[in-house]
Design a protein around this ligand. Structure first.
Ligand SMILES: [Zn+2]
Length: 253
C-alpha cells in the first residue's frame, strides 16, 4: 500500500476550521510511522481536472483565495494520485486535507473545498480507465457533495452506512458489500468521526480495523483488488492515529 501525503498538509492558517486544526494531520499520521508503507507526495490537481467535478465559477472563487486553493488543489491531487495507484494495482490511502465529501458542483461546506474522492473517480473515467465505481463513505456525516458530483453517473454507486450500534453497523456494511456486483474500483471516504469519543459516538478502534478488512475483501471479490481511501472527518486527535492505523492495517491486508 502507498500513503499519499505532503508536508504542506501540516500547516494551518484556518484556526477555526476543524479539519485544519493544528496537530490534526500529525495525529492522523502518528500511528503510521512504524509501518513500511511508502509515502508519496502528490502533484496538485489542475484546473482542467477540477472542472470535471466543479462549476468553473465556483472553482474561480477558490482560486481567488490563493492559500485555500493551494491546499485544496493539493488535496484533490492527492485523491487523484490515490485513484491512479489503486487502478494500477497499488492500494492507497490519501492522508489529505481539506476533506471533500461535502463539496458539491457549485459549492462546499463542512470544512470541504473540492470533492476529492468524486474527482478522482471522474478523472479515471475521463481517462477511460474505469466505467463503474463503488463508494463507501463511513464518515459520521452523509457525503452529500460526493452524491451531488456523481449524480449523473449511474454506474457510480454510493453507500453511507448508518446504524444504531457498532455491531449493527458492521453487519450492515458486510451485507451491503457482499451485494456490490462487479465494479471497476472501490473508493472509500474514510472519516473517523464516527469514533465513540468523536461526534458520531459509535465505533471503537478495532471497528475501524474491521471496516478496513471488510472493504479490502470486497475489493478483491468485486473490484480486482483495486481500492483507495481518502481522509474525511475525524477530530478526536488523541486517538485519531490509532484509528487511522487500524483502518489502514485492515485495508492494506
Ligand atoms: Zn464528518
Amino acid at each position: 500500500m502507498k500513503l499519499i501525503y505532503d508536508e504542506r498538509f501540516r500547516g494551518s492558517s484556518y484556526a477555526q476550521d476543524n479539519a485544519a486544526m493544528p496537530g490534526r494531520m500529525e495525529a492522523a499520521l502518528s500511528g503510521l510511522g512504524g509501518t513500511a508503507w511508502e509515502r508519496v507526495a502528490p502533484p496538485a490537481a489542475t484546473l482542467e481536472q477540477l472542472h470535471l467535478a466543479h462549476d468553473p465559477a465556483y472553482v474561480q472563487t477558490v482560486v481567488e483565495d490563493p492559500e485555500r486553493f493551494a491546499m485544496a488543489s493539493l488535496a484533490a491531487g492527492g485523491a487523484i494520485l490515490a485513484g491512479r495507484l489503486a487502478h494500477g494495482g497499488d492500494p492507497a490511502f490519501a492522508c489529505i486535507r481539506p476533506p471533500g465529501h461535502h463539496a458539491s458542483r457549485m459549492g462546499a461546506w463542512g470544512h470541504c473545498t473540492f470533492s476529492n474522492l468524486a474527482l478522482a473517480l471522474l478523472v479515471l473515467r475521463a481517462e477511460r480507465r474505469i466505467e463503474s465505481a463503488f463508494v463507501i463513505d463511513f464518515d459520521a456525516h452523509t457525503g452529500d457533495g460526493t452524491r451531488d458530483v456523481l449524480a449523473g453517473w449511474p454506474q457510480a454507486e454510493i453507500f453511507n452506512p448508518f446504524a444504531a450500534t457498532a455491531e449493527e453497523y458492521l453487519a450492515l456494511v458486510e451485507v451491503r458489500l457482499a451485494a456490490i456486483g462487479q465494479a471497476d474500483i472501490l473508493a472509500v471516504s474514510a472519516g473517523f468521526d464516527a469514533y465513540k469519543l468523536d461526534v458520531g459516538h459509535k465505533l471503537d478502534t478495532p471497528d475501524f480495523g474491521s471496516l478496513g478488512t471488510l472493504i479490502r475483501e470486497a475489493s478483491v471479490r468485486h473490484c480486482r483488488g483495486r481500492r483507495f481511501a481518502v481522509l474525511e472527518g475525524g477530530y478526536y486527535l488523541k486517538d485519531l492515529g490509532a484509528n487511522v492505523l487500524a483502518f489502514c492495517q485492515g485495508f492494506a491486508g
